[in-house]
Design a protein around this ligand. Structure first.
Ligand SMILES: Cc1cc2nc3c(=O)[nH]c(=O)nc-3n(C[C@H](O)[C@H](O)[C@H](O)COP(=O)(O)O)c2cc1C
Length: 326
């Protein structure tokens, strides 16, 4: 039987854009959609406190556009009442689903008990999830990790508990909190959860997928209902299209040429400036430039030039100059 993540009608083997703070903003989501192949997107995480106390940044983050659908808004926090209130605020922004973050490893969040910190307090994790599910009509999904550390990988137990409280999907990043982003993602437990006969939730696998061959192998080996891609799409927003093409045809598309990458980066830059103004737009692009132009000839010099240029005009001129060298 097909398990429908967040009750959505998705193609077979759907591909998800991972929520990434300061990366998967409006602009980047637009670029990924333009490139094609991405089936579901999730916003950057939004603080429940920020929403409840009406913080400008949080309110801005939950604004979504119709072309982004299907899209989920992700919230985090550790106080049940505030998570419920935040979920209601988010529901008014009309996402297709609401995702709860129980995976963030960052100290100031996890050590306060939010994000992956919740993996050390499973009763609270379940209480928050249950209360949010009851408070909203939209499907609620959860994203988490394997456990807090190597000695407390409790994802199977957590998945069993989550299975019976009305959520509509579970994304698992194959690392513990203590691993942060180091080492290799371990998909074994993701597969065990997915194949557990008592767990009927749609399970989305996440961690270290960076090419179409890997994506196909992971779909086949771990039987997941979707694959989520994070760092593998930064500076490579075409990865979804390439994976989709490979899954459908068995054929690998060539990486874009440098000239093509420059055009994609230019589109990204223009949109970024449109969304955030010249200063904010250029600042945001710096993280992406590094990835777009990784490994090109004289990459260090280009990196310095691109990362120190402060006007749109200068940025565009640099992209032109780089293109004229290809
Ligand atoms: C810069 C950055 C920001 C992230 N922000 C979030 C976030 O806001 N919410 C979340 O659930 N995960 C966040 N993550 C984790 C990713 O969604 C994903 O689980 C992780 O990067 C592993 O997938 P990958 O190996 O494909 O990158 C972030 C990761 C990175 C690198």
């Amino acid at each position: 039987m097909i398990r429908r993540f967040a009750h959505l009608n998705l193609p077979k083997q759907p591909l998800f854009l991972a929520p990434m703070e300061d990366v998967t903003d409006h602009t980047f989501r637009y670029v990924c959609k333009q490139m094609g192949g991405v089936d579901v997107m999730i916003t950057e995480f939004v603080s429940s406190d920020g929403l409840v106390y009406n913080a400008k940044k949080s309110i801005k983050k939950i604004k979504i556009e119709d072309y982004e659908r299907p899209i989920g808004i992700q919230i985090y926090g550790h106080v049940p009442e505030r998570m419920v209130e935040a979920a209601k605020i988010v529901e008014d922004a009309d996402p297709d689903f609401i995702d709860i973050n129980f995976g963030c490893p960052v100290k100031k969040i996890a050590n306060r008990g939010a994000g992956s910190g919740m993996l050390r307090n499973v009763p609270l994790l379940i209480e928050i999830t249950e209360k949010v599910v009851k408070a909203v009509k939209k499907p609620v999904t959860v994203k988490t990790r394997l456990g807090w550390d190597e000695n407390s990988k409790n994802i199977v137990e957590v998945a069993h508990l989550l299975n019976n409280i009305g959520i509509a999907g579970l994304t698992i990043h194959g690392r513990t909190r203590n691993q942060m982003y180091s080492g290799k993602a371990d998909w074994t437990l993701i597969g065990i959860v997915r194949k557990d006969p008592e767990i009927t939730l749609p399970i989305i696998g996440n961690g270290d997928i960076v090419n179409p061959i890997q994506a196909k192998e992971h779909f086949e080996t771990y039987c997941v209902d979707g694959i989520m891609i994070g760092r593998g799409c930064i500076g490579r927003p075409w990865i979804f299209k390439h994976i989709r093409h490979f899954l459908e045809t068995g054929e690998l598309l060539p990486e874009p040429t440098l000239a093509e990458k420059i055009e994609i980066a230019r589109m990204h830059l223009l949109r970024s400036v449109e969304d955030k103004g010249e200063y904010g737009g250029i600042l945001t692009m710096r993280r992406h430039y590094v990835q777009y132009f990784k490994g090109i000839e004289h990459s260090r010099e280009w990196k310095i030039k691109l990362l120190t240029s402060n006007s749109l005009e200068e940025n565009l001129a640099l992209l032109d100059e780089l293109k004229s060298r290809t």
